[in-house]
Design a protein around this ligand. Structure first.
Ligand code: AMP
Ligand code: GLY
Length: 429
């Protein structure tokens, strides 16, 4: 690869802080830029106040700073086609174009894609009307699974137990009242009971590298209670039957890549496979719950610290269409991430609370504090500015050690209204 590449990372959450941290240790990445970033990322990268969805602004930023490599964190710029614009200008981009991003941007497209290419997923109906919804619900037993077609920031999936409640949800979506345009088409599918996990695969559209399997915790309170959030914690790797990574590669990733190629969709970036493992007698079935077209948040925070290879080289070679080597990444140890949130999230919460303990000198080794919803106030103090405030990561030789380190680091941090789950990883016991 010769000379080092300067990189621009788009986004400003805990995921992007973890990505910037991993790139900062790379031998092939030079200067790191980030837009819009956050105060934690500012310690490792040059921050630009720019909107990642504004292609003209991002292109101008690249041209002004001589940036030839861009890694896109969140889904919104991918769905609007930022990658296509940047690639058109000769920039290497980690992240699919608008066509590939439909795997996340339209659940109806993703489900149809899986059906066309024989990728295992729950049987489904795509509905545009109340009659269509009623017919799709009548075919199924509770709990019902109702999904808005479009992007909904984690708020587009409903699992009602009651048929009347299900119809009410469908009406709210179809009318545009619940989620605007995102909900006017909806998917009703079979409920899959099972064990959920996330597998991220870096790909250049031909080759791929599976990263260690991880698990997210979507509900806001302990015991998986309360409303869904963007994610309250994660850990990696998850304990799995040894055949599962290979089967994920064979049953999901390879047919996904050949399906994309056969539909003329070039894909460079990461494919997030949200999987359900379903025990059926003596066999475990793998089913795809969802695709995302970007790294998971907070899964990334507990996946990247485990990699035993240069993440910058991996991401850059995917962007260049030159990914080589093994289909499973080399990794070691365990990582555990606790999200510290503002009390009230995912509903209303206060901002501007001063955060103390970020630079804890006595913090256990191998812990990292990734910033998400933070800002600097006029006094130069770090304060809360979002729902998910920090991702606190502990690493260790085993699950228990990683968890102990993460929670020890959490114990040193305080801010007004803070809330975090005490039971991340409970299902691993
Ligand atoms: P999604 O946004 O599609 O990942 O869905 C959000 C959450 O709803 C998932 O993480 C699952 O826990 C749950 N879910 C989605 N689809 C199903 C399904 N078919 N069966 C059971 N649970 C599901
Ligand atoms: N943690 C789930 C997601 O990133 O979509």
């Amino acid at each position: 690869m010769g000379e080092k590449n300067d990189a621009l990372v788009l986004g400003g959450g805990g995921r992007e802080h973890a990505i910037v941290h991993a790139l900062s240790k790379s031998n092939v990445i030079g200067k790191i830029h980030c837009a819009p970033g956050n105060p934690g990322i500012a310690e490792l990268a040059r921050i630009h106040d720019a909107d990642p969805c504004d292609a003209e602004v991002i292109l101008a930023l690249c041209e002004k700073n001589g940036i030839r490599f861009v890694l896109i964190g969140p889904e919104a710029p991918l769905v609007v086609g930022l990658s296509d614009t940047l690639r058109g200008a000769g920039i290497k981009v980690f992240g699919p174009g608008a066509e590939g991003a439909r795997l996340e941007g339209s659940k109806a497209f993703a489900k149809g894609f899986m059906k066309r290419h024989g990728i295992p997923t729950a049987p489904f109906d795509v509905c545009h009307s109340e009659d269509g919804c009623a017919a799709a619900l009548a075919k199924r037993k509770p709990p019902f699974v109702i999904k808005a077609d479009g992007l909904a920031a984690g708020k587009g999936v409903f699992l009602p137990d009651d048929a009347g409640e299900a119809m009410k949800i469908c009406r709210g979506l179809l009318s545009g009242e619940t989620l605007g345009e995102s909900g006017r088409t909806l998917i009703i599918e079979d409920y899959l009971p099972g064990y959920e996990l996330t597998v991220l695969a870096v790909t250049d559209g031909k080759s791929f590298r599976l990263l260690p399997p991880s698990r997210d915790h979507k509900r806001v309170y302990d015991g998986d209670k309360g409303p869904n959030t963007g994610g309250m914690g994660s850990y990696s790797p998850v304990r799995l039957p040894v055949c599962i990574p290979q089967r994920t590669a064979d049953e999901v990733m390879r047919p996904t890549l050949s399906g994309l190629a056969s539909e003329g969709i070039e894909y460079r970036g990461v494919i997030y496979m949200g999987l359900m493992l379903i025990e059926t007698g003596d066999e475990t079935k793998i089913s795809v719950v969802e695709y995302n077209v970007r790294f998971g948040d907070p899964e990334t925070q507990s996946v990247l610290p485990l990699l035993r290879e240069d993440f910058g080289r991996l991401a850059l070679s995917a962007a260049e269409g030159a990914l080589r080597g093994r289909s499973e990444a080399e990794y070691g140890g365990h990582a555990f991430c606790v999200v510290m949130a503002s009390g009230g999230y995912p509903g209303k919460f206060r901002k501007g609370m001063v955060i103390s303990g970020l630079g804890d000198e006595s913090a256990p080794a191998g812990t990292f504090v990734y910033h998400a919803g933070t800002a600097k106030n006029d006094e130069g103090e770090i304060v809360t500015s979002g729902g998910r405030v920090l991702s606190v990561v502990g690493t260790g030789d085993d699950f228990a050690a990683a968890r102990k380190n993460a929670y020890a680091r959490v114990a040193g941090i305080t801010f007004g209204d803070m809330h975090y789950r005490r039971d991340i990883g409970w299902s691993e016991e």
